[in-house]
Design a protein around this ligand. Structure first.
Ligand SMILES: [Zn+2]
Length: 411
């Protein structure tokens, strides 16, 4: 067991090291810099790289540390629970759940160090943050507690199912799908208002234009909501969520302040592209199918590395081994999900480009990239593995091709 576990650990840390190095190196194609140079100054290109590295390196180091710690906890048979707890709690499922809680709390504390640097110090250094430390800390702790609780409950239930008689490869993905579907409807209505003020869009001219575009595309007119984030951050964003008639578009107030009506309409058209093709629903279906596949692979790996099925590990109280396998599966699945996500983003961009001018699309992307300090010349390997959106210059170049093509047609 030890040799196989060490082998996997070395492979994962090695792969992460390569990804981190690629991320730091950035683009290897000088054409990327030339293309970016047409819209951004050298200082902006350098600054975007620096901003990216200051966030990516701490996160990658954290990921490697988590893997190594979990592997060592298995190898050295560390007891996560204190002796007094172990003596009192005899039920293996309760003990597993408590162990999970202890491990998750520990990981959350490790993560805090990275979040403080990448999320607070870095955002301040690059002039993106509007909130002071007490407010930042309060919001960070609140969101961490929510995610800690949700993850803990989810993993405890999964462990219980793995150790039971139910067909877990069907049960877990189905439950995940139903719960996530509910969450996509509830999240913007319950969790987002905990962090931001959310109102309906007041600008009646813009609202009219948006509703006009929605009717044109044959979609039910639902509400356009504004999330007031300007108090905390200068970053701008827009997203849509839900499915069927519960779909809603959310715009950040920072967007409404700094972007033109045409630019906002391009953003809405992009979101509408997601909306029309039911990307949230398809994404959830794919993730559920992915979970089923991952559970199958996990069962094989569990026997190969730890000499027992996941169910046996649960019943023997070896939950840390399962945590290690879970992290391993998440790592392997990452590039698959990133690739699917980038594919959906390209579809949504195509939808927006068919409905607006490429000129506005380009000016919007340039403005967005400057405002959010998007990496202007990222490394393709890193992008392939981790990025959910295509690089900004790829999106701009596509709009340039559309512009060149429509110019030819008009002539
Ligand atoms: Zn999108």
């Amino acid at each position: 067991m030890d040799r196989r576990l060490r082998l996997i650990l070395a492979a994962v840390i090695g792969a992460m090291g390569v990804l981190m190095t690629a991320g730091v190196a950035g683009s290897i194609d000088s054409g990327d810099f030339a293309a970016a140079g047409r819209y951004f100054s050298i200082a902006e290109i350098v600054r975007s790289r620096s901003y990216f590295i200051h966030g990516m390196v701490p996160v990658m180091v954290l990921r490697m540390a988590v893997f190594a710690l979990l592997a060592f906890a298995v190898l050295k048979e560390w007891n996560v629970l204190p002796l007094c707890v172990r003596e009192r709690v005899r039920n293996v499922h309760l003990r597993n759940s408590l162990t999970l809680f202890a491990v998750l709390v520990f990981l959350e504390l490790l993560q805090f160090l990275v979040a403080f640097y990448a999320g607070f110090v870095r955002e301040g250094n690059f002039g993106l943050r509007n909130a002071g430390f007490p407010l930042w800390l309060y919001r960070y702790v609140l969101s961490s507690l929510i995610s800690l609780f949700v993850t803990w409950v989810m993993l405890s239930v999964c462990a219980r199912v793995l150790g039971g008689r139910v067909r877990f490869m069907v049960f877990i993905p189905v439950v995940f799908f139903v719960v996530s579907l509910g969450a996509t409807v509830l999240f913007p209505r319950v969790v987002t208002p905990l962090f931001y003020e959310v109102t309906s869009l007041e600008n009646s001219e813009l609202r009219g234009r948006i509703q006009g575009l929605m009717e044109q595309t044959g979609l039910p007119v639902s509400d356009v909501r504004v999330v007031h984030t300007g108090r905390y951050s200068k970053k701008a964003n827009a997203y849509f969520t839900g499915f069927g008639s519960a779909r809603e578009i959310y715009l950040y107030d920072t967007l409404l302040q700094d972007f033109s009506g045409d630019e906002i309409m391009t953003i809405v058209a992009h979101e509408l592209g997601h909306y029309r093709e039911e990307h949230v629903l398809i994404g959830l279906l794919l993730v559920s199918a992915g979970i089923a596949a991952a559970l199958g692979i996990m069962a094989l790996l569990s026997r190969y590395v730890f000499g027992g099925s996941p169910g046996e590990l649960v019943l023997r109280g070896r939950i840390v081994e399962l945590m290690f396998l879970l992290m391993l599966m998440l790592f392997i699945a990452k590039p698959v999900f990133s690739t699917v996500s980038r594919y959906m983003e390209r579809r949504a961009d195509g939808f927006a480009l068919r409905r607006g001018s490429p000129e506005t699309f380009i000016s919007l992307k340039v403005k967005f990239a400057k405002k959010n300090i998007a990496h202007l010349a990222p490394n393709p390997l890193y992008v392939w593995f981790y990025d959910t959106h295509p690089p900004v210059m790829e999106r701009i170049r596509r709009a340039e091709r559309v512009r060149a093509f429509s110019g030819r047609v008009e002539k």
